[in-house]
Design a protein around this ligand. Sequence first.
Ligand code: F7E
Length: 319
Amino acid sequence: MPKRALITGISGQDGRYLTELLTSKGYEVHGILPCRAPGIGEAGERLYYADLADGSNLLSILEQAQPDELYNMAAQSHVKLSFDLPVYTADVTGVGVLRVLEAIRQYEKRGGNQVRFYQASSSEMFGKVAETPQTERTPFHPRSPYACAKVYGYWQTINYRESYGLHASNGILFNHESPRRGEAFVTRKITRAVAQIKLGRQDKLKLGNIDARRDWGFAGDYVEAMWLMLQQSQPDDYVIATGETHSVREFLEVAFGCVGIDWQNHVEIDPQFMRPAEVDILRGDASKARKQLGWSPRVPFEELVRMMVEHDLKLAMAS
Ligand code: F7E
């Protein structure tokens, strides 16, 4: 019998890469999403409609899907938006994790099979960083309602592991991007604009803090780490990162450089994209994942930027 996986947030960037990975490994993939989304379900995934702000049908979904593995990817994941929607973000991104964990506990208590659980924790939890690089032992100092909600979900995951013996793991993922990245995140916002500017359809790109530094990897590499965590006999928590840090400014240089344009002629700083509190620098140390999971990232920074620019150029030329 094929293994079964249930993915919350299946329509997001990570949900889509993970679906492809698991399908290639022979899994039967089930997914939860809040509403219909184009292209989702075409790989044969079985879909359920649910919102983590309302956990009332989670147990029933577990009973139907009977998953061996559950990947919790659903969240209000935009950091800036979380300042405008702090309570909603706390509910979906934070308490939503608890709703899923509690549904698993009830499911197992009623005689269901053991469900291995993956929680999408985030490098945003490190916030005002206590040290660089950040490891699994670096203390958290969240700097947004989103990050506070993620800290809550992280600890509930550990709490359910320690209290009820759930096979529950946290992947502390640093920023991970791809051509499928949402358009409101800075990398995709830039690569889309590069394509429009190259084709002469746009002149200016408005951004916030371009001195912020992030550890950017490729989402396709990162979903492999998620899967590997759930193949371990013991649940645990892992930092997943490239170990490199680059500023938004450097991202601009490489992205505009791909099409031979000087970014400085096109970028304007607009205070509306600044955050009330910023995370200045993130750089992760994924040594534990390298050692225990045998995981390492494959796509380097420049290649990632080029992949995104080329994709957006193709997309723009076709429209
Ligand atoms: O911002 C700066 C912004 O929104 C990156 C999420 O997936 O990764 C992501 O969170 C940096 C920040 O991602 C604009 O201030 C400048 O310093 O792409 P972002 P994020 O906030 O790092 C973590 C790991 C997650 O868990 C999150 O869910 O870029 N920045 N100008 C801008 N950012 C945006 N979005 N738009 C701008 O115009």
